[in-house]
Every structure is written in structure tokens, then in C-alpha cells.
Design a protein around this ligand. Sequence first.
Ligand SMILES: Cc1cc2nc3c(=O)[nH]c(=O)nc-3n(C[C@H](O)[C@H](O)[C@H](O)COP(=O)(O)OP(=O)(O)OC[C@H]3O[C@@H](n4cnc5c(N)ncnc54)[C@H](O)[C@@H]3O)c2cc1C
Length: 392
Amino acid sequence: MSRNHDVVIIGGGVIGASIAWWLARMGATDVAVIERDFSYRDASTALSAASIRVQFSNPVNVAISKFGAAFIREFASLFPQDAGAHDLGLRENGYLFIANNARQAEIIRQNNSIQTEMGAQVELLEPADLQRRFPFLDIENVVLASHGLRDEGWFDNMGLLNGLKELGKSLGVNYLEGEAVSLAKHDERLTEVVLANGDRLGGGCFVNAAGPRARLVARMAGVDLPIEARKRTTFVFQTPDAPPPDAPLIVAPTGVYVRPEGAYWMGAAHPDPDPAVDHDDFMPRYDEFDHVLWPRLAELGPVFHAMRMKRAWAGHYAYNLLDQNAIVGKYPDLENFYLASGFSGHGLQQAPAIGRGMAELILNGGYTSLDLTELGVERIIEKRPFPERNVV
Ligand SMILES: Cc1cc2nc3c(=O)[nH]c(=O)nc-3n(C[C@H](O)[C@H](O)[C@H](O)COP(=O)(O)OP(=O)(O)OC[C@H]3O[C@@H](n4cnc5c(N)ncnc54)[C@H](O)[C@@H]3O)c2cc1C
């Protein structure tokens, strides 16, 4: 079977779904999304910690998340006659970054001045303030902390993906199940994507939104991208007392993070070493719970001295080796090949702004709302890292 579409998006996770909906909303009438597995069993979107923060160090990332938070908060209003079914349950308990030494504290202060300049509501907490605000934390080694008062917390990740799909379909976006296995090229233009079942889809332009598999898709167009699948194991665990209702997502000075998950907690560590993994390897690294997560969280306070694991899963970051930030834009050497991947652990919250930006770029040839040029492919080719200090 062969068909032509104006835009063919490879990958129907939250990024592909967002781009597709924004395109349709801005007037594109023939958008197709190809997704290899509609169960989303292995998709980063489904395996995410589903959190959002404005505490980045680069103004573009702050602006992206501010837009994302407003979008998530108001998501249900996009559905006519919604009776609350599409509410994404954004819980704005904030992120809490903790510094244990002067160097970390200085970075928090510098980041805070950028965040505040960008209109983000983030408070700095001296140890005594921290103790008053979150008495369950041990402040003995704390030098400074920063806490987001708005636009930070966690929400329903699959609600966002499914809602974007529903909205897109209502405007005519075609979702097709199939795996892209090759791309045909004529001169500097991609012409067709070939699916594993032999079907071929022609397109005016093609978007690589394949998440951790983006490098494989880019290779089909003869392009190499420094993106690897890196495994992150998330643990849900119980403590003797349930999390306090106002507990934030805490990023410890040692890099581990933890947040409430209903009556439990959810947390993860940054693995060391952190090798690239096979795209089908989703075996959790259970040993991280006892050897990394527990000792590091125990340093935060007695609340984490006794932790009982309830469940764990592994997901893949689309890890951008150059600078652990999104790569979005058009590939300069090809006339009609766009990329949106490399999000390295913060792509869910970026989906609303990235979808809007990519749709503007494809339809208008440039960004008209928020300028995403800094996140473009050119920096990757020129090996010019995007400066962002707050990667979790
Ligand atoms: C453990 C973990 C925790 C995270 N926590 C957060 C967080 O708290 N906040 C946050 O903002 N982000 C977080 N992230 C990152 C976030 O989940 C991702 O950046 C985001 O979901 C990326 O969406 P995506 O659509 O690019 O990728 P995916 O959701 O992986 O979607 C890509 C889709 O492309 C499909 N695909 C791939 N290859 C092909 C092909 N050849 N043909 C057809 N289809 C194909 C896949 O099946 C997949 O469904 C986390 C990620 C992980 C793994």
C-alpha cells in the first residue's frame, strides 16, 4: 500500500502526538503519525516520572516549562463539554533542590536569579526556613535550598498523551500502527518511509519523534545523532509514615530524586556507570535501591531510614551525549527532515511547547511564539553544547 501525506511523523509518543495536534490546530489537513506499538509499553512517555519544573538554568528551558505548566493546568478546557475526564491532576507541590556546599549553593543562587527574571516563582530557603517549611527533612548539612511555588509538580503523563491523540484525531490526524524501517531519499529530500509490513508512505516532510530510537530513524536518512538509550530505574516504595501532603519533589545534593506517589514515594538515582543499553532492555536495576537510592535518601532525614520497595520499572532516556538537552529543528543538510528528540529526561513537560514550535517551523519556516533556535540541530553538528546546568 502506498499513500502520500503532507507531514509524516515517525513516533507517536507525547512529542509526536503534540506536534501532530499543533500542526492540525494551525491548519495542516494531512498529517500522519506512525507508531510501532500503540500499547506504549516501552515508550519513555509511559515510563516517565511525569514531573514538571521551571528550575532550569537556561531561559529557554524555563520558558518552555512555564508554557507547559499552563498548558497542563488548562488541558481539560481544550475538550468541549469535558466533565473533568481530561483533567491532568497537576499537583503543584514544587521541586526542592538542596545544596550541601558553597559551590552548589552558588549555582542555586545563580539559577534562581535567571528563573526569577523569567517570571518563575521560586523561593530560596536558608536551612532554618527549610526546617520550618518541611520539618521532615534533616537540615544538618544543608547550606541552601530552592523551592518552586508554582508551575512545578507532577501530573498524569498518559492523560496528556491520550488527550493529545484524541484532540489530533478530532482534527483529522491519521494514527497508523507500523514500524518505520527505511527512508527513501532523492537528492536532498526525503520522499518515502517504508514500514516493516512493506507499506510505503510518501510525505512532503518527515519528523523524527522516535524518542530513544531517534538515532536509528536518523540513520535511515543517512544522518548520525549523538543520542543513546540510557536506562533509568524508577522505584515506588513505602515508608512507615505516608508522605506529608505538601512534600515536594526533592532533588538531593547527591543527585537522587524522590517525590510522593499517592501513599508511597517514587524515586530514582543517576546510575554510575551509565552505559548505553539495548533498545529492548527494560530489566530494572534492582540493586540501585539498596546500594544507591536508600543510603542517599536516608541522608535527607529519618523519614527515609526505613524504605520498603513496592515495585520498580526501567525506562529509557533519549540521552543526548553532547549536552543532555532537546534537539529540535530541521536537519540543515536535508530540505524536509525534522527532529525532536534527545530530551534526556525532561521531554514530557516540554511536549506542549516543542509541539507548538515544531508546527510553526514546519508550517511557517520559523518560530513565531517561543524561539527554540538554541535547541537546534546545528549546535550538535558544530559540537557547541547548549548551556543548561540543571539536568536531573
Ligand atoms: C524513567 C524516566 C523518567 C522520566 N521523568 C520525566 C519527568 O519527570 N519529566 C519529564 O518532563 N520527562 C521525563 N522523562 C522524559 C520523558 O518521558 C521523555 O523525554 C518524553 O516522554 C519523550 O517523548 P517522546 O515522544 O520523544 O518519546 P517516546 O515516548 O519514547 O515515544 C517515541 C515513540 O516512537 C516510537 N517509535 C520509535 N521508533 C519507531 C519507528 N521506527 N517506527 C515507528 N515508531 C517508532 C516508539 O514506539 C515510541 O512510542 C523521563 C523518562 C524516563 C525514561
